[in-house]
Ligand binder design. Structure first.
Ligand code: SF4
Length: 323
């Protein structure tokens, strides 16, 4: 495995900013990568937690081939330990006694399902870096698109190795506060910001924040976050999703009015802001003339006003990749 260095009999994993020092026979913080006799191994290579065909809108990606379904694969383990994780049964648990799906088989399955690509999703895919890279390379050779749904907690060197094979990503920007990242998730904010900046240079990017009452829902925080995204590209679609109590968090669910209020604030800085996990407000409108471009009712999506990647009413170019 790449991205490791020896330190006496320990290994330092260089994949993500945690830089775990792993003694022989032990696992890193993600519980995915192991020091096996002095070399870093990925015992969960090809051990998938889920295989499904989902609407691309479920990732969520709203400006990337809208209305299409994508073959989606999930993993076990994560380099964050969010107490509000909505997928904690796979992100915080490890199962080895599941069938191995090697990269070539994964690509074959996507082709059999007539999918236009593969989404690496559900729990954190990038701690399975070698599997994602190997699969994405084969998928690209076969004409498929590759999509990441990730927390963006990856070092720049592996990110730059992977990006040439990736077409789109949704990055979970969980907060705009370093202390929230440190205290709640066991990480830090800056590497995720750098991930977003680097990825936005070469792939289609959307960003999601799960809005948790009293934790990351202040006007100041969301405005600062939206301002940062706008400094990267004000076309980046931004999804503000309502939290529901799960795993270790028992706080009340986010009110719809909070999501709509924060969406309005963010719209000062960004052209496309979408409420998530609540009904309404998910249509895409042209930022120049206001015409409807894409209509969404749940996961039923219709492209209504796009022509050659632009608004069919006024010709404004729309951020995204459209069929
Ligand atoms: S990928 Fe896993 S083992 Fe490597 S530094 Fe990150 S948490 Fe530690």
């Amino acid at each position: 495995m790449s991205y490791s260095a020896s330190h006496n009999s320990d290994l330092i994993c260089g994949l993500c900013p945690h830089a775990c020092r792993i003694a022989s026979g032990n696992l890193g913080t993600c519980r995915v990568r192991e020091n096996k006799g002095g070399s870093l191994s990925l015992p969960l290579y090809g051990k998938l937690s889920a295989l499904a065909v989902d609407p691309i809108e479920k990732k969520p990606l709203y400006h990337f081939f809208p209305g299409n379904a994508i073959f989606s694969v999930g993993f076990y383990g994560c380099n964050f330990h969010c107490p509000f994780c909505q997928n904690y049964t796979i992100s915080q648990e490890i199962r080895k006694n599941v069938r191995t799906v090697l990269p070539a088989e994964c690509v074959d399955l996507a082709l059999q399902h007539k999918s236009f690509g593969i989404a690496y999703t559900y729990s954190e895919p990038l701690v399975h870096f070698e599997y994602v890279l190997d699969t994405a390379r084969i998928a690209r050779e076969k004409g498929l698109r590759n999509v990441l749904v990730t927390n963006g907690y990856l070092n720049q060197k592996p990110l730059k190795e992977l990006l040439p094979y990736i077409d789109a990503a949704n990055v979970d920007l969980k907060s705009f506060s370093d202390s929230f990242y440190r205290d709640e998730l066991g990480g830090s904010l800056k590497p995720v910001m750098r991930f977003i900046e680097t990825a936005a240079e070469s792939i289609h990017l959307e960003v999601t924040t799960l809005v948790i009452p009293g934790k990351n829902d202040s006007d100041d925080e969301i405005s600062s976050l939206a301002r940062f995204l706008s400094s990267v590209n004000r076309g980046i679609p931004y999804h503000l999703s309502a939290y529901y109590p799960t795993y270790k968090y028992t706080l009340q669910a986010t009110k719809a009015e909070t999501i709509f209020h924060l969406a309005e604030l963010s719209s000062e800085f960004l052209d496309y802001v979408y409420p998530g996990n609540i009904p309404g407000g998910s249509d895409t409108r042209c930022p120049a003339c206001g015409a409807e471009l894409i209509s969404r009712r749940g996961y039923y999506t219709r492209v209504t006003g796009l022509k050659k990647g632009g608004c069919s009413s006024c010709g404004e170019e729309i951020y995204g990749m459209f069929a």
